[in-house]
Design a protein around this ligand. Structure first.
Ligand code: DX5
Ligand code: ZN
Length: 231
């Protein structure tokens, strides 16, 4: 477990959208490993955010990978549009796609890494026939739609269950798969999330809400890394 690489992915959902370019440059300078880009359609989730044009604009501002989390239905056309707009990883919710296997292939054929996202109550059986087609599994630790919600603790055993599936898959010769957790991640719970088996951590309000006297974005990201050192 110690040897696992940990990645911090600040979510732009809590950024100041009027200064988005500056905000994403600032998190990159502060040591973010990925930019987590939340896409909501007011249909799959009751909120509306940003589309491929904004992804293209963010792409010009940073060189870290852009991790696009699609909370949209249908998925396929937007997935292709985000690949063209400079996304590096694209994840979607299995229940939002008519044909999961087709959507995963479409994302990979467009040159991006592909992943599935599970809401707190979405069962893991959607993984059964696609483990060899996944680069990432994203577990939601809040219900999708809004930043600033509290971490749902029943996600911890679910993370451990997915970690076991990934480890078994890799031990059998399968490709590596990142395990990302999204929602309510703070300094005081990131260690437990890592110990349960996650390697990639989305944080929106914890990063962008960081008060300046505490060292701003760099301060939070380094405190996350400190907490992960002990995990
Ligand atoms: C929720 C989004 C999350 C959210 C995380 O639907 O997918 O990425 O922005 O925000 P915090 O860290 O504030 O829970
Ligand atoms: Zn997200």
């Amino acid at each position: 477990m110690k040897s696992r690489n940990f990645r911090i992915a600040p979510s732009i959902l809590s950024a100041d959208f009027a200064r988005l370019g500056e905000e994403v440059r600032a998190i990159e300078t502060a040591g973010a490993d990925l930019v987590h880009f939340d896409v909501m359609d007011n249909h799959y989730v009751p909120n509306l955010t940003v589309g491929p044009m904004v992804c293209e604009a963010v792409r010009r501002c940073v060189s870290v990978p852009i991790d696009v989390h699609l909370m949209v239905r249908p998925v396929d056309r937007l997935a292709a549009d985000f690949a063209k707009a400079g996304a590096n990883l694209i994840t979607f919710h299995p229940e939002a796609s008519e044909h999961i296997d087709r959507t995963l292939s479409l994302i990979r054929e467009s040159g991006c890494k592909a992943g599935l996202v599970f809401n707190p109550a979405t069962p893991l059986h959607h993984l059964d026939h696609v483990m060899d087609r996944l680069d990432m599994i994203l577990l939601m630790s809040v219900n999708p739609g809004f930043g600033g919600q509290s971490f749902i603790a029943s996600t911890l055993p679910k993370i451990a269950a997915v970690r076991a599936r990934i480890d078994a898959h890799v031990a059998a010769g399968g490709q590596p798969i990142w395990l990302e957790v999204d929602g309510g991640i703070k300094i005081d719970n990131i260690g437990a999330v890592a110990r349960a088996g996650a390697d990639t951590f989305v944080a929106g309000s914890a990063v962008f809400g960081a008060p300046d006297p505490d060292g701003g974005y760099r301060g939070v990201i380094s405190r996350f890394r400190e907490a992960l050192r002990d995990a």
